[in-house]
Every structure is written in C-alpha cells, then in structure tokens.
Design a protein around this ligand. Sequence first.
Ligand code: NAD
Ligand code: AKB
Length: 313
Amino acid sequence: MKKILITGALGQIGSELMVALQKRYGHDNVIATDIRRPPQVDGVFEVLDCTCGHRLHETILAHDVGTIYHLAALLSAVAEARPQEAWRVNMDGTLHVLEAARIHGCSVFVPSSIGAFGPTTPADDTPQDTIQRPTSMYGVTKVAGELLCDYYAHRFGVDTRGLRYPGIISNVTPPGGGTTDYAVDIYYSAVQHGKYTCFLREDTFLDMMYMPDAIHAAITLMEADSTKLLHRNAFNVTAMSFTPEQIAAEIRKHLPGFTMEYKIDPVRQGIADSWPNHMDDAAARVEWGWKPEFDLASMTTDMIRVLKNRFGK
Ligand code: NAD
Ligand code: AKB
C-alpha cells in the first residue's frame, strides 16, 4: 500500500494517531515526521519542517506516500504570543502540504478547530455553516486553512478532509500551548497534588473531546465515502461541553479532597470567550456517521485511572 505521512507527529494528537495508524495499516506504512527529533520513536521517523516545500516532496517520493495527516501547527496561546511565526507555520505549512498533495496525488487530513469561530458566531449550538470572524491569529489561520483546503478540492481535485476539533483531552503527550489545555492539566494536578489553579473563569463553557474519539474521528473521516461528504474540510465535531466548575465537580467524585482556585489569564480567557459554548455536529453525524464514545463522566473515570497508575497514587 501507499504510505501514510504525519506532520507534527510528536505533538499531543500526532503521538497517539501514529500508534493508531500503525495498528490499523501496518507498522512500517506510517512515516512520522516533526521539526524536532525525539529521543526515541517506535516506527519510521524523519525530521521534516512542513514549511520546507522541497523536503516535503523528497519525503513523499522517498516513501511513496499516498495520504498525509497534516498536524504541524502552533496552537492558540502560542500563536497569540508569536503571531507572525504562527502565520508562517500554519499557513505556509498548509500551502506546502496541499501543493505536495496536488503534485503527488495524495489525500490530506488537515484539522481545523473551534478556534475558527469568533465572537460574532452564534455561541450555542453553533451551526455547521455560520459566521466565522475569529479574532485570534490561530483562528485566522484555521479559517484560511479551511478555505484553502476547499479551494484545493474544487480547483485541483485534491481529496482534502478535515474536522473542527474542540479541546482534546489526553494522557500520553501534554498539549502544545492552547486555550483548552486547562482541561488536561487539571487531571494531572488533581492526581499528583490534589489541587489546581485554573487560568479560565469558572463559568467558561467550551467543547471538548477525549483522545480516543479524536483519533477515531480522523480515521473514520479519511475512510468515509467521499461522495457523501458535503462539508469535507471543516466538520464540527464535539463530544461534551463543560465549564471548569463542572469538570472540577466530576473530578471530586473520584478525589473528594480536590480543590481549585482561579488565576485568570486575560489572553486565554479572551480567546475562550470568543469561541463557541457548544457546537452542533449534526452534519458529521449524518455525512459520515460521527458518534463519540466518551462523555465527561466516562472520560474522567479513565483519565484518573490511567494517571493514578502512572504516578503510583
Ligand atoms: P501540538 O502543539 O501538540 O503538536 C504540534 C507539533 O507540530 C509539535 O510536535 C511541533 O514540534 C510540530 N511542529 C511545529 N512547527 C513545525 C514545523 N514547522 N514543521 C513540522 N512540525 C512542526 O499540536 P496538537 O494538539 O497535536 O494539534 C495538531 C493539530 O490539531 C493542529 O493543527 C491543531 O491546530 C489541531 N487541533 C488541536 C486541538 C487540540 O486540542 N489538541 C484542537 C483543535 C485542533
Ligand atoms: C487550543 O486551545 O488552541 C486548541 C484548540 C481548541 O484548537 N486546543
């Protein structure tokens, strides 16, 4: 079979997607790449900067790549701190990947985000097709990325697909600098120290998803019948929506002594306030059968079980 290339494979999503793809399609059929070299990696790995067009072409040709999962990006908080670099990595990277896909006939998965929405978007039951005027640099690159993927599909016939992921919660690789990171940090801190200082306000609703559902969604979308995909590059997908107070209350069911205080970060609070409370993901459910397995209760049970084992608690 033609190989599968992942950019940004050492990140929060890539590190788990790599293993899932290896299991599904064969260990040596997955080419993991990232701008940094890991101390060790179980599989084929190459250093690859996604903004370097000729290295992308070389790697695709050398490994006979047919599918690209393009995960390399700067996330919302990092992008707000370094907006020019975020534009370069997120936009130049995506353009180079799409160009390489066009030239070499690859299909491409490019994740978008709840960050593609802004303060004028309807915040509740956010429709699949709606106003998108984000105010963060991350959001600007995510909307532009969605449009660029649409363009490559209709103009050049490239098989581009994508999801608007919510905040992803996981326990393998720490998140890379986003606004939703609190919902990962809180579990580590609760299990290790019994307390957490939250950088978002207690009533901030955001969409979230547990990593197994995020991985399953990406692979299911890439395997879906393309004739059924009306919204091919930007499917709203969500599994749950909660506030910091609600996740803390759920954690207290397992760790009754857990305490939380707040020290609001105005930058990340501003970003969170501009994002939806809860998206409507009906299009994904209808067009390719999206259905999450985990809700807040089952995810919390699993996160705490895994982290207690890891930290010997
Ligand atoms: P991450 O920050 O954990 O990982 C990104 C990886 O990209 C890192 O390993 C980094 O080294 C690498 N990278 C950075 N610049 C690069 C470059 N120039 N060339 C190659 N690699 C480079 O991110 P993630 O959470 O795994 O996110 C992956 C994708 O999913 C991103 O597009 C992100 O916007 C999107 N997404 C993530 C979430 C989430 O909650 N994790 C939610 C919505 C969308
Ligand atoms: C971030 O907070 O930047 C990401 C995302 C929702 O895109 N987790």
